[in-house]
Design a binder for this molecule. Structure first.
Ligand code: GLA
Length: 378
């Protein structure tokens, strides 16, 4: 069923506006965004579409093509963190964040249709928040700068849903550009679009959804973030981004776990900037070892990998990948591998066989073509 006919089937009328915003995959720069560091994601072609029409009361009704349920209704003026659960918390939380920012959000009927696999670490939630923000802003007849949309979506996730994420996913979803990576400085919020076309140099970027359920992700994520803040406090810097003398910092800290967390963040920030230099020099194959080094650091120092992610990375490298790493928050979700274009099928086949041999659910392969960010659809 087309999105607009889904809307008509649920609400018996036509939508007034449609908005979409993509998921993302992060090339490199993991767990750096809440340390004021650098990230280098790309927006996917898959995303979330939200169709919407105004109501004449203060009710927000939310239905989803994927969940196939009756619409869930909430009172816009009674929204408070913790008052809504499940996928509708991301929708209601975005309405709440817009209202808090002074946007005149009208009562509305919404239908959400998402193609980003959930739980794959590809930011289906940021894509939902940003698409909802776009649809509600369109209904309100208000435009906001992309940066504000991204920050409002992050505010919804941090303070309404309760996930203390950084700003990477919402920036990738709003600012993505076809054919480009997005270099985001999460301190200044300055954005640069970097051309990225591995196919043009005979390479391919594989995105492998391990389909391993995220385990303890929220608690572990919050714990990592708290460790970084504690380390920055002990080191007397505003954020780990400001550690310029890594050896000195490691010598100062007397806690081995904190030392390893700091080493990951500081070296990962450097890797992002090194990758950007290589891309600007046109040397895409040289990215490989940096991707793999990022994985090793996330696995051993940051301790956010898991068996399935390691299996993708190890198998891809053994099958000749130039580099591979987990991507996103970790503890499940997806991994990426940079491979020669003509080896892509072989590497995928080896990964699938390795999962079968290990008795794991077969992984899924996701298209990694960089697509456009947030915008209207009709
Ligand atoms: C999740 C968060 C992001 C970022 C990544 C790790 O995707 O939502 O803000 O911290 O994990 O890089």
């Amino acid at each position: 069923m087309s999105p607009t006919s889904s809307f008509a089937a649920v609400y018996g009328r036509e939508p007034e506006v449609g908005w979409r915003s993509p998921g993302r995959v992060n090339l490199i720069g993991e767990h750096t965004d809440y340390n004021d560091g650098f990230v280098l994601p790309l927006a996917l072609r898959s995303g979330t579409r939200v169709d919407a029409a105004r109501r004449h009361d203060r009710v927000l009704r939310m239905a989803s093509v994927q969940s196939g349920t009756d619409p869930v209704a909430v009172d816009l003026d009674a929204l408070a963190p913790g008052s809504v659960e499940g996928w509708t918390a991301y929708v209601a939380g975005t309405a709440w964040a817009l209202l808090e920012a002074g946007v005149d959000v009208p009562g509305a009927d919404l239908v959400v249709d998402g193609t980003v696999p959930r739980g794959a670490g590809l930011s289906s939630s940021a894509s939902l928040e940003c698409a909802v923000a776009g649809a509600l802003l369109a209904l309100a007849g208000t435009e906001l700068p992309l940066r504000d949309v991204a920050l409002l979506a992050q505010h919804a996730e941090n303070d309404f849903v309760g996930m203390p994420c950084g700003a990477m996913d919402q920036f990738a979803s709003t600012h993505g550009r076809a054919g480009h990576l997005l270099l985001l400085d999460t301190r200044s919020l300055e954005v640069r679009h970097i051309p990225f076309d591995p196919g043009g140099v005979g390479l391919a970027l594989l995105v492998v959804d391990t389909r391993a359920p995220h385990r303890l992700v929220d608690g572990e994520y919050a714990a990592r973030r708290a460790s970084c803040e504690e380390a920055a406090r002990r080191l007397g810097v505003r954020a780990l981004r400001d550690v310029t003398d890594l050896d000195g910092a490691l010598a100062t800290l007397d806690d081995d776990t904190l030392r390893r967390r700091v080493r990951h963040v500081v070296t990962e920030n450097r890797r992002v900037l090194d990758v950007v230099d290589l891309l600007e020099a046109g040397d895409v194959p040289a990215l490989g070892p940096l991707l793999t080094a990022s994985h090793v650091s996330l696995r051993d120092d940051y301790e956010v990998s898991c068996r399935e992610l390691d299996l993708v990375v190890d198998t891809a490298l053994a099958a000749g990948a130039l580099g591979a790493r987990m991507t996103g928050g970790g503890f499940g979700g997806s991994a990426i591998a940079l491979v020669e274009g003509d080896a892509a099928d072989r590497v995928r086949g080896r990964i699938t066989s390795a999962f079968r041999a290990a008795g794991l659910t077969e992984p899924a392969y996701v298209d990694a073509e960089p697509g456009d960010g947030y915008g209207p659809v009709r």
